[in-house]
Structures are given as structure tokens and as C-alpha cells.
Design a protein around this ligand. Structure first.
Ligand SMILES: Nc1ncnc2c1ncn2[C@@H]1O[C@H](COP(=O)(O)OP(=O)(O)OP(=O)(O)O)[C@@H](O)[C@H]1O
Ligand SMILES: [Mg+2]
Length: 495
């Protein structure tokens, strides 16, 4: 549940916000003045504050100023009527996330709130190198014990300890954004904002103004001054995603900020100084763009000082079981249900698929399988046809490469990798069972599991106790005793 603190003395506005947003996911908590809002914040811990510029008591701007003395990250959206736009701009300089003009367009309001909630989640959801699903509410982990991932972790650690610009490269879905957030959360700038901009998603002519802001009258439609992300994110970390899609003109400005910490707003001639750490990412080969003169060579070298290359999933297949297990637990937690288990055959198919969409594709496949699976286990039939087809096809590129998950690899993160020892495959199943049992504390787990295993083995071997006992790794005498103890039905024993 996300709490939005609405500081506004007009009851009409409070009423409309409640009508628009109150839901299972969002709660609007009103405050009638800046003073009241500031008092509420420490206890309420809102995700977002939406505040009017003009109110009785202290103004919105003063409220924001006081808030910033103790909290540099809490996201604030200012609301303003036309005459007070200048104040809203001042608020942006103080680190407000955005502002809304009254009377507001509901679609625009919803869009800004959604984008602020996403930015708040990025800042709040700590990213660690080990997923701690059970302990921390908003912890996200980077799963991986392949050697290539161990190198990534090392670099993330080094980057977090420094203030250097970094370039993260890798195919789509390999975890570039996740890693950028890991650097931020572990860096000394973690108490300051983190803002992400997808350079490919913003039209070229608007990107420059989005990043650097513009002066009033800079171009048609620039009716008021605008503060860009660099100014808003002062002292923080700016994540420039898909930097390969940036125009040469914008690249020049970025280079200048990197070299001198200054820039001018579009249409302006006053240099603005900022202290912003840049983390850039791209899924395009920038070397090639440099050769084609689409990307500035000097900017490339400047960004490339520390390069973090995310390995594609098909080159670290040993991590697939770990990731599967991680996502099964993640979604079980999210839905408040016991985690489903994955059959070894299903896992085998996942390990053979080449994963062009990398971890994101794997996560989607697991989410889909959880919806489709009817029982407690995920079957091969619950996977999308492209995976089953790829596995059925004659072996080509899809053959699993030897994995880095040897006996000397780091401690497994919540699951086992396929290895020389077949009992390792049991780990994720037992883990899932354990989590299920934790959610059902009345159950006597070990006897219940023992009983079910015996019933299954007897069924499989049509009641043949010798074969069933062999399969279970116990003696026939032990099997008999258990059959009696658990009152396993007669019809299972004979035939
Ligand atoms: N090593 C990992 N461990 C756990 N989850 C991961 C890992 N790598 C990626 N993910 C998850 O996969 C999804 C995609 O990751 P992310 O958005 O960071 O990839 P990306 O490289 O930025 O992709 P794109 O190029 O498509 O933007 C996210 O939900 C992320 O949490
Ligand atoms: Mg991304």
C-alpha cells in the first residue's frame, strides 16, 4: 500500500484526490497545512507528497524547504494555479519531482503520480547482492553465482565505493537497470535522489529540455521556465538509460556536464552548476556507433572508464535454477501464497532454451507459468510453446554450456544449480516445501512428507514394496513399518 500525503487546505481537492486514487494500492492521507504535513511525515512515512504552493500558514515552498533539511529523497509534487508558476519552478530547484497546474487534467495527474511512485520505488527498494526475500520488505537481489556475475558484483562494489561515471552494457533484460540501482543503493549518494531517464523513450527534441530544462520562450510552446532532471537531481545519481539513442547535440551537453559540472538550460545563457553522478546504460554496441559517427568518441571514452558488461543468460545457464527459485519465491510472497515447485523436467527445458530476452524473459515465463499451472507444481506444459519447441529441436546453440556452479562456487542463493551431485536439484524443492510449511504451521511436516513419498513410490511401483523401498533409499522392513504407522491403505500395498 502506497501512502500519498496530500497537503492542501481545500477540502474539495482532498475529496477529488480520494475519489481518483483511493484503492487497494493507494491511500490518500490529507493534511490541512504545511505544519500539519511536516508533523505527520515521520510517522506516516509517505511514498509521495503532493502539496499546494499557496496555503494558509507556511507556504508550500517553505514547507518543502523545511522538509529538505531532514529528507533529501522524499518525492514531492507541487500544485499551483497559473499565477504562481514561478513558485513551482523555485520548488523544482529545491528538488520537487514535478508540478501540476490547477485545475488539473486527471490523465496528466495520474501519469505524474504513477511516474513518481515508480521513482520512489527505485529509491526505496534496496538492491543487494544476495536476495533476502524473507527478511526485508523491499529488498531486491541480484541473483547469480556464475563467474561472470561474481565479476559484476565486484565491480558494483568498487563503483559503489567511488563516485566515478559508469557505463553498463548488455543485451536487453540482462539486469542493467537493477545493477545501476545496486550501485546507487550501496553508494554514499544513497541518501540523495536517484532518477532514471530512458533516452530512447523521449522524442529527440524534448530530451534536451527534459535533462537540462529550458528558459521561458526558448521554443514554441515553452511558455514557462522548466527545470530539468540534472538540476532536480543535484547531489544525486542520474541513470541515463539507452544512452546510445541520444542525439549528438545532447551528447555534447552531457560531455560538458561530465567535464565541468555545468550546463545551460535550453535557450539560456547562464551556466548552471550541478553535482550529479551519471550512470549510463546501453544495449547497443557503442563502439560501432562511434565508428559510424553516431556517438561522440570523446563522450564514449569518458563514459567507458568503468565498464560493467552484463552477461547474457545463455552464457550463465548454471544460474537458471537459482533465478527460477528466486522468482517462484518472489511471486509467492507477492501473492501471499505458498511457492509452487518446479518439476525437474520443466527446469531442464528452461535450462536448454537460449533466452534471447534474458532474465526479463525468464521472469515473464515464470509469472505466466504460475498463472497457467493448475496444481502445486509447474509442468513442462505450463511453459510457452517457443520453449518446448526449442528443446524438442535438434541440438544446436541451445545445448547447455558447462556452468560455473562447481563445488568452489559461492554459497547458493536460495537454491541449487545443476551439478555433478544429483541431490543438489532437491534443494529448491525442499526450500519451497519448507516455505509452504512455514505458512501452514499446524502441519507435521516430516511425517506428512514421508507418508506422501511412500504413497507415491508404492503407486509408481504398483504396490511392489521391494521396488518402492529401493527407490526411496530405505529397507523393505522400514517401509513396512511406515506403511503400518501411517495407515497407508491396503490397496496400495498389494497387486
Ligand atoms: N540477476 C538478476 N537477479 C534477479 N532479477 C534480475 C536479475 N537480472 C535481471 N533481473 C530482473 O529482470 C528484469 C529486467 O531487468 P532490468 O530492467 O534491470 O534489465 P535491463 O538490462 O535494464 O533490460 P532492458 O535493456 O530491456 O531495459 C527486472 O525485473 C529485474 O529485476
Ligand atoms: Mg533497462
Amino acid at each position: 500500500m502506497e501512502k500519498i500525503l496530500l497537503i492542501d487546505d481545500e477540502t474539495d481537492v482532498q475529496y477529488s484526490f480520494r475519489r481518483i486514487f483511493d484503492s487497494a494500492e493507494i491511500e490518500i492521507v490529507p493534511a490541512n497545512s504545511g505544519e500539519e504535513g511536516l508533523k505527520l511525515i515521520p510517522k506516516l512515512k509517505p511514498t509521495l507528497v503532493i502539496m499546494d504552493v499557496r496555503m494558509g500558514g507556511i507556504s508550500g515552498l517553505e514547507t518543502l524547504r523545511r522538509l529538505r533539511q531532514t529528507d533529501s529523497k522524499l518525492l514531492v509534487i507541487m500544485m499551483t494555479a497559473y499565477g504562481t508558476t514561478q513558485t513551482a519552478i523555485e520548488a523544482m530547484k529545491l528538488g520537487a519531482y514535478d508540478y501540476l497546474l490547477k485545475p488539473f487534467d486527471i490523465a496528466k495527474l495520474k501519469e505524474i503520480v504513477a511516474s513518481a511512485l515508480k521513482a520512489a520505488r527505485d529509491m526505496r527498494q534496496a538492491v543487494s547482492f544476495q536476495p533476502l526475500l524473507e527478511s526485508e520488505d523491499y529488498e531486491q537481489g541480484i541473483v547469480g553465482r556464475a563467474e561472470a556475475m561474481q565479476n559484476v558484483f565486484k565491480l558494483v562494489g568498487q563503483l559503489a565505493a567511488s563516485d566515478a561515471t559508469a557505463l553498463i552494457t548488455g543485451e536487453s533484460g540482462t539486469g542493467k537497470e537493477l545493477v545501476a540501482r545496486a550501485v546507487y543503493h550501496n553508494s554514499k549518494r544513497s541518501t540523495q535522489p536517484f532518477l532514471a531517464i530512458n533516452c530512447a523513450a523521449i522524442p529527440e527534441n524534448l530530451l534536451e529540455s527534459e535533462l537540462f530544462g529550458h528558459e521561458k520562450g526558448a521554443f514554441t510552446g515553452a511558455t514557462v521556465q522548466r527545470i530539468g532532471k540534472f538540476e532536480q537531481c543535484n547531489h544525486g545519481t542520474l541513470f541515463l538509460d539507452e544512452i546510445g539513442d541520444m542525439s549528438l547535440a545532447t551528447q555534447t551537453k552531457i560531455l560538458r556536464v561530465l567535464q565541468s559540472g555545468t550546463f545551460e538550460r535550453v535557450g539560456g545563457n547562464q551556466p548552471v552548476s550541478v553535482d550529479v553522478r551519471i550512470i549510463a546504460a546501453t544495449n547497443k554496441p557503442l563502439e560501432q556507433a562511434v565508428a559510424e559517427k553516431k556517438f561522440r568518441e570523446d563522450l564514449f571514452y569518458r563514459l567507458n572508464v568503468v565498464r560493467l558488461a552484463m552477461p547474457p543468460l545463455r552464457e550463465r545457464r548454471g544460474d537458471i535454477p537459482l533465478l527460477v527459485n528466486y522468482f517462484l519465491q518472489k511471486y509467492a510472497r507477492k501473492h501471499g501464497t505458498p511457492p509452487k515447485v518446479i518439476l525437474p523436467e520443466t527446469l531442464r527445458q528452461l535450462e536448454h532454451y537460449p533466452w534471447p530476452g534474458n532474465v526479463r524473459e525468464l521472469e515473464n515465463v515464470i509469472q505466466r507459468a504460475l498463472v497457467v499451472a493448475k496444481g502445486e507444481a509447474i509442468l513442462p506444459a505450463d511453459l510457452p510453446p517457443e520453449i518446448t519447441r526449442a528443446v524438442a529441436a535438434p541440438k544446436t546453440e541451445a545445448a547447455p554450456a558447462p556452468t560455473a556452479a562447481g563445488p568452489t562456487a559461492a554459497t547458493p542463493v536460495g537454491g541449487g544449480a545443476p551439478s555433478a551431485n544429483p541431490t543438489d536439484d532437491i534443494q529448491p524443492l525442499v526450500r519451497a516445501l519448507f516455505l509452504w510449511a512455514r505458512a501452514h504451521p499446524v502441519c507435521k511436516l516430516i511425517p506428512a512428507v514421508e507418508r506422501e513419498l511412500i504413497i507415491n513410490a508404492l503407486r509408481e511401483h504398483r504396490g511392489n514394496q521391494v521396488h518402492a523401498a529401493r527407490m526411496l533409499g530405505i529397507t523393505r522392513a522400514t517401509l513396512r513399518k511406515r506403511v503400518e504407522k501411517f495407515g497407508i491403505k491396503q490397496e496400495l500395498q498389494v497387486k
